[in-house]
Each structure stands twice: as C-alpha cells, then as structure tokens.
Design a protein around this ligand. Structure first.
Ligand SMILES: NC(=O)c1ccc[n+]([C@@H]2O[C@H](COP(=O)([O-])OP(=O)(O)OC[C@H]3O[C@@H](n4cnc5c(N)ncnc54)[C@H](OP(=O)(O)O)[C@@H]3O)[C@@H](O)[C@H]2O)c1
Length: 323
C-alpha cells in the first residue's frame, strides 16, 4: 500500500507513523511538511524516510490513502487536488467536517458510511471522538436525549506550539505563547474564537459533530471547553439524559462491552495514566439527577484516539469495506 502523510512532522503526523506501525499497516510512505522541515528524517518500521516539502503537484499522484494533518488552510487547498486525482484523503482538520456529502466518521459508530466512498473523509474533533464512543452504546440501549459536557483539554491539542507555550511558562521564560491567557498554573475557558451566540468554536464543534456522527440532529447538547495545563490527554465530565430508564450497573456492563472503551469500576482514571492507550476511558459512572440520567468522567489521548488512531481506524475500515 502507498500512503502519504501530510503534516508528518507535527504532533498528529508523528503519531500517525506510530499508529500505522502499531496497527501493522504495511505501507510505503511519502512524508510531507512545510519548507521548514523539508529534509528532516523520520522513521517508519526502522526505515528512514526524508520529509519532502508539500508542493502543488505532490498529491496529484495516486496513493491508496492520504493522511492529512497540516491545519485547515492546507486541507482546504490540497485535499480537493488529491481527491480529483482519485485519492481517498483522511483529513484531521475541521475544514471539511460540516460539508454535506463528506463523511465525518468514528468507525465504531458510523463506519458503514465509508462503503463505496472515495474522496475526502473528515476525522472528527478530538474531544468529540472520545465522548461519542462512550455515549453511543448508551444511546443504543436507552435513547440519548440530552448531553451537558465540560472539557479539560491538554495543550498538545494545540500542536507543537501549545506544548512549547506550557513548557516555556513552566521554566519561567517570559513567553506570551499561543493562548489568550497564561496557561501554566491556570485554566482557560476559551478554545477557538467566540461566536455571536457566546459559544467558542471548540464548543460548537462538539455540539454539531456529536449530533452528526450519531445521526441525532435533534439531540440537546451544551458544551463548555476549557484548556488546562496538562501535556497529553483530554478529560471530560459528561452528564447525559435518556428517554428510557437507566440502571447504573447495567450501563456499566454496556460500557465494559463497548468497542474502544475501557471501563473502570470503583476507581477513576487520569490523563497521565494514558500511556499508549487508544481507548476512551470511562470511570466514576453514577446516576444523574434521576433514573433517566447518568454522569461519568471520560479521558482519552487527544493525539492518538482524538486524531491519529481514529484516522488509522478509518483507513482500516475503509479498506475492509471496499476490498
Ligand atoms: N493535536 C491534536 O490533539 C489534534 C487533534 C485532532 C486534530 N488535530 C488537527 O490536526 C492538524 C495538525 O495538528 P498538530 O497538533 O499535529 O499540529 P502541529 O504539531 O503544529 O503540526 C503541524 C504540521 O503541519 C505542517 N505544516 C504547517 N504548515 C504547512 C505547510 N504550509 N505545508 C505543509 N505542511 C505544513 C507542519 O510542518 P512543519 O514541521 O514544516 O512546520 C507540521 O508537520 C490540525 O488541523 C489540528 O487541528 C490536532
């Protein structure tokens, strides 16, 4: 298989290589980044690969898959060129997520949308992926009607520059960095710009994408997204209401049996424990305000599950359905 990774030197791009290795995807890779990183060497299955500068013609050749994580502007201009050449592109940016006709996929939930499809596939927002993986099996059992979520999102969610900002501030280096406020020793209730309705862009993404992935356009959902001084791993408090009566023990069994979920009973799980986990971790499951509601704590690795892992799972699902 021939795969191109665009944005290969970034937080997500490097993890793409790791995930392709871990999921034993046998491929010949072409790696692309900006002029800044052209000529750098990255490794895939112990083989050294030179990073190339992304150019107008780079994606006109035929690949089995193109994994893109170089930001929305690059996706907007290069993904259509790659698609016109007959390629299937799995894009990590938010550039195509609202486009009708472009599937927005978490394979465990709506992977069937990939059957017979070629072109651009949108990889959802990181905080959305880990949450919908937990909500979907509960929805199938009880009928989801309302969600209230608050997030605690790590600085790696903003890529290299987010990590560098936290590290410099922690070392006492005077650096404004990329956030609207100091992030070290602080929390910031703003991710992305604010819109006219008072919600931030990240909150809007979580609300829209959750409805779309689960095909629940009428779902009531309210998100508050917050940046915290954690390096890797997004955490979320999720409160969910259901049409049918819930039973906490039964809901725990549903989650324990669900794909890509790791359920923790009688304990809780924190982002520093994530290591190489590709799962969405659910703990502190309890009854909400009545017997039609549940509350839980949810943790996932934003660079893996929230980006690279889901992208590689899309690739594998697409290949399986279209073999
Ligand atoms: N980090 C996360 O948790 C996460 C989760 C989900 C989705 N995403 C999305 O994934 C994308 C990448 O995020 P990231 O965290 O990996 O960012 P990052 O660490 O800043 O990396 C950005 C990558 O894009 C490349 N790039 C930038 N400008 C380019 C250009 N003009 N031409 C070609 N390549 C260019 C960079 O190459 P250079 O090395 O040459 O600068 C680098 O490889 C973003 O759209 C982000 O929203 C990120």
């Amino acid at each position: 298989m021939k795969i191109a990774v665009v944005g290969a030197t970034g937080e997500v791009g490097r993890m793409m290589l790791t995930c392709l290795e871990e999921f034993r995807v046998e491929a010949q890779l072409d790696l692309f980044a900006s002029e800044r990183s052209a000529g750098q060497t990255l490794y895939f299955n112990d083989e050294s690969i030179r990073v190339q500068k992304l150019e107008e013609d780079s994606l006109k050749q035929r690949y089995d898959y193109i994994l893109m994580s170089a930001g929305g502007a690059i996706s907007k201009s290069y993904a259509p060129i790659a698609a016109a050449a007959g390629n299937t592109i799995i894009d990590n940016s938010s550039a195509w997520r609202r486009e009708q006709g472009i599937p927005l996929v978490v394979p465990e939930i709506n992977g069937s949308e990939l059957k017979g499809y070629s072109g651009i596939v949108a990889n959802p927002n990181c905080s959305t992926i880990q949450m919908v993986l937990a909500l979907y099996p509960l929805h199938l059992k009880y009928g989801l009607s309302k969600v209230v979520v608050s997030t605690y999102q790590s600085v790696s969610g903003s890529g290299h520059k987010g990590i560098a900002t936290l590290e410099k501030q922690r070392q006492g280096i005077d650096d404004d960095g990329i956030y609207p406020e100091r992030i070290d020793l602080n929390v910031i209730p703003q991710i992305g710009a604010f819109m006219d309705n008072g919600y931030s862009q990240e909150e809007d993404k979580m609300q829209y994408e959750t409805q779309r992935i689960m095909s629940l356009t009428e779902l009531k959902i309210c998100a508050t997204t917050v940046r915290v001084p954690v390096l890797y791993g997004h955490s979320e408090t999720v409160y969910a209401e259901f049409e049918r009566e819930v039973d906490v023990c039964e809901a725990a069994s549903v989650l324990a049996a669900a794909p890509s979920i790791k359920y923790h009973d009688n304990t809780y799980f924190t982002p520093i424990q994530l290591g190489k986990s590709n799962d969405s971790h659910v703990s502190r499951l309890r009854c909400g305000v009545d017997n039609h509601s549940l509350a839980f704590w949810n943790v996932g690795n934003n660079v893996r599950l929230g980006a690279a892992t889901n992208a590689v799972r899309i690739l594998l699902k697409h290949r399986e359905l279209n073999a």
